[in-house]
Design a protein around this ligand. Structure first.
Ligand code: GLA
Length: 385
């Protein structure tokens, strides 16, 4: 069975105790001269929660300044990687709670919501999950039992500390049909329903949602609506849909599609979570160029990594306008939107610097590489005044 992982994760071995110490000693107010007075969580308090994703080093206290910024600016956190199956449950009989515990301690200390990312996905899940003792494909019964144990153990441990779980991630193709993953092939279509039921049983209070990318595309959005409607009709406890917001300057081409996708969730009577929000300014390279060495091929570098030395004012301006347009829509739909979570704290941390091509310089978030708020940060906050 082919199982691939293209996302990366940088690990470190900092002690969990460090983060709690850091978390508890964080300043509650802005330090003069180095902190913006405004905060995202306060500005949007009447509309929705504002969250960010933290990587392992941040969670374990390696970047105390970043954690201090997070505590001032955000009221929700997500683990970028450390709660994914391969990290939290790397072997059949081994769970690694170090970083997830540190994250939930940090969030509890600061009264933040935790969005558990993610229980069931076809990526970043170890190969053994889908195999039996002889290395053959697992049976439906075996995989269901594994799924139940994983979900039950993880969700039960964080009852009351993780308020929302992304139960299933990326189960759909762009045409709205079910993606052929080992979960689907081995268990069958009811794997999604089962995952929600196990999660609900383990924590009846938690909000549980389905999460996917490209849901602004009408066919995929309709697929998600069909999927979730079907689950609701069968009494499956789904509280919302997470729309991964990995956007660029040209996509969604028409922001009305973004608005429509949120409205579609509202029409189901559910909450929408903008998960994984970032706005890339880089061109999307074709398959062939992705492996090129841009330090050698300067012509290609100019095309594909054009802002390595800084973002031109004109591009920054266009990006600011796009952030504003996106947030106008979010505010218009605030009755449906429960949370907006950025995929990382600052530009230097975001995955778009290394995907789909390694070693580029992107500017997809609201804080720069030194954790300073960018002009778009102030533009967005101004919308709430
Ligand atoms: C997907 C996943 C995330 C993360 C991003 C890329 O959207 O849901 O966990 O891996 O891709 O960083």
């Amino acid at each position: 069975m082919i199982f691939f992982t293209f996302r990366f994760d940088i690990s470190s071995s900092f002690a969990a105790a460090t983060v709690l110490a850091v978390a508890l000693s964080l300043p509650t107010g802005a330090a003069a001269g180095e902190t913006p007075e405004a905060s995202l969580k306060d500005a949007f308090a009447d509309a929705f929660l504002v969250g960010t994703a933290l990587n392992r080093e941040q969670i374990l206290g390696k970047e105390p300044d970043t954690l201090a910024l997070v505590a001032r600016q955000f009221n929700a956190v997500t683990a970028e990687n450390v709660m994914k199956w391969e990290k939290i449950h790397p072997e059949d009989d081994r769970f690694d709670w170090t970083a997830p515990d540190a994250l939930t301690d940090f969030a509890t200390a600061h009264g933040m919501q935790v969005a558990g990312h993610v229980l069931i996905w076809h990526q970043q899940t170890p190969g053994w999950v889908f195999e039996d003792a002889d290395g053959k494909p697992a049976s439906r019964e075996l995989l269901l039992a594994r799924m139940e144990r994983h979900i039950d153990t993880v969700v039960r441990r964080y009852r009351g500390r993780v308020q929302c779980w992304e139960v299933v991630n990326e189960a759909l193709n762009d045409d709205g049909s079910l993606r052929r993953t080992p979960w689907l092939e081995i268990i069958g279509e009811d794997y999604i329903q089962r995952a929600f039921e196990y999660a609900h049983r383990a924590d009846p209070e938690a909000c549980l949602y389905y999460n996917d990318y490209n849901l602004y595309k009408p066919a995929k959005r309709d697929g998600a609506v069909r999927l979730v409607k079907g689950l609701l009709e069968q009494g499956v406890p789904v509280s919302g849909i997470g729309l991964q917001g990995h956007y660029g300057m040209g996509h969604p081409e028409d922001l009305q599609d973004f608005a429509d996708s949120i409205a579609a969730v509202g029409a189901l009577g559910l909450e929408a979570y903008i998960t994984e929000f970032d706005l890339s300014v880089l061109p999307f390279p074709d398959e062939q160029s992705r492996s090129a060495d841009l330090s050698v091929d300067l012509e290609l570098k100019a095309q594909l990594n054009p802002y390595a030395d800084g973002l031109p004012a004109e591009v920054e301006q266009r990006q600011r306008e796009r952030w504003v347009a996106l947030f106008r829509i979010l505010l218009e739909q605030k009755d449906t939107v429960a949370r907006v979570t950025f995929w990382g704290v600052n530009d230097g941390q975001n995955w778009k610097n290394d995907w789909p091509m390694r070693g580029r310089t992107d500017y997809p978030l609201l804080f720069d590489r030194d954790n300073r708020p960018k002009p778009a940060f102030y533009d967005i906050i101004a919308l709430t005044r």
